[in-house]
Design a binder for this molecule. Sequence first.
Ligand SMILES: Cc1cc2nc3c(=O)[nH]c(=O)nc-3n(C[C@H](O)[C@H](O)[C@H](O)COP(=O)(O)OP(=O)(O)OC[C@H]3O[C@@H](n4cnc5c(N)ncnc54)[C@H](O)[C@@H]3O)c2cc1C
Length: 511
Amino acid sequence: MIDVLVVGAGPNGLMLAAELALAGIRPVVCDRLVEPTTENRANGLVGQVVRMLDRRGLHQRLTGDAAPPRPAPAFVFGALPLDLTGVTDNPLHGLPVPQRQIERVLAERAAELGVPVRRGCEVTGLRQRADAVEVEFADRTTLTCRYLVGADGGRSTVRKLAGIGFPGVTTDRSVSRTAQVRVPAAAIDPATGGLAAPGYGIVPPFRHTRTERGLVVWAPFPDRPPLLSTTEWPQRPEPDAPMTLAEMRASVARVLGAEVPLDPPAGAGPHVLRRVVGGNTRLAERYRDGRVLLLGDAAHVHSAIGGPGLNLGLQDAVNLGWKLAATLHGRAPDGLLDTYEAERRPAARRVTMSTQAQSALIAPGSEVTALRELVGELLARPGNAAHVAALMAGADVRYDPGPDGPPVGTWAPDLVVHGDDGPVRLAALTRSGRPLLLDGTGTLAAACAPWHDRVDVVDGRLTGTSSTALLLRPDCYLAWASAEAAPDRTGLRAALTRWFGRPRDLAAEPA
Ligand SMILES: Cc1cc2nc3c(=O)[nH]c(=O)nc-3n(C[C@H](O)[C@H](O)[C@H](O)COP(=O)(O)OP(=O)(O)OC[C@H]3O[C@@H](n4cnc5c(N)ncnc54)[C@H](O)[C@@H]3O)c2cc1C
């Protein structure tokens, strides 16, 4: 029997599969597509996930650069500028890498870890038993697995088959158009790289430009054709014909009140040319039904504004992987698997709040213009900018700290461990995805010894934190912390048991 069938070889399914493999589980991934999709959705990653990928050794594979992630000096919230230069410990990181490349890197990594990806396999049915899930495919073949994870996107078949509701709202008011384009050199402002629109002025690069008629984004990426997007709120329904470049030109002209010469990009495609009418903001009622779990877009959909989708979904995967693995290994403490929903559903709720708030701020109308003026004034204050940066980064996510209180339940800072071999950044110690005790006191190894089969211990003075010792879960959230020179070992043992189960000789039977 297969341990875990992950339905969907999108970014989140592949990330989960790799996390499971790191934790010693052999998952199988299936996808109904015969080949990876050529559709390019995300233009990059935004938020804490950039540092999380660094902590799995994937940042360098995506950037080709060994330098650690650097925070963004500026970003946008609801098409309003967000100046982050005055924000202490700015948590907002960005990685402008197209989704296709992210999926390619994640697929390579899953393959390196021995994860089989079965393509052309569409899940059409499932039946839960007490000890397993029976899965049926479109070709009538079947398979049995101990757990099934639906990472099959916003229209998730798994979610529907499991009978999990997907409440929320669908709007049909906005129309977004996106195209990769070529513009003559004369239409580029040499000083800023902005788009020169005679009669309007300069559309600055990589920022949202709002007029009373809509929104324009001009993104002249260095390594691919420039991307131009508009959002409008038309009075009449749009025709249902395929999107064209002429339609894009007309949309830009309406929003800016000025013509911009647009041509198809040079080079081999496929090139982005799409129209999206309306959108959904929905959150699964539950992330788990028995042995079926939901992950990524299958559990939550929302506007792409601010680019939060993969920050949320990939961290869902990192949260679920070790918990599901511990359950399958038979050493999960009671209720561990249910903390997946308890921790990640509120994180998704924050994202839907943020994207809906931003969608309201980009809408047309003089009342919205007034609201934007006020919100713009508020964002200019560093304290407020820090609050919004943490929201967009998902860095304000706090899990239940339990009896110890904070910083337990927060994400481990980018600290440095000064051991016998010199300074090592945390991101170099977390690649295996194993729980980690960082002991800056040299007093805790014996207390942790009974968990040696599942928890690594690293000694060394800690800088970049006020703690002297920290216990990290595989997703880098703190399970325990001490600021004492001689930490309380009873509290450490309680945290080890709470998150990683009783030591081997007392472990429960496998699930
Ligand atoms: C226009 C647009 C722009 C975006 N921009 C950004 C951005 O800048 N930053 C960001 O972080 N996010 C962005 N997102 C969101 C991001 O693309 C999604 O959050 C992400 O693709 C979700 O990944 P996933 O793995 O959960 O699902 P998906 O990527 O949808 O993958 C699901 C997979 O499941 C497979 N599947 C479906 N049904 C079945 C079945 N029955 N059996 C087997 N396989 C099945 C599908 O073939 C697919 O491969 C954007 C989205 C859109 C639409």
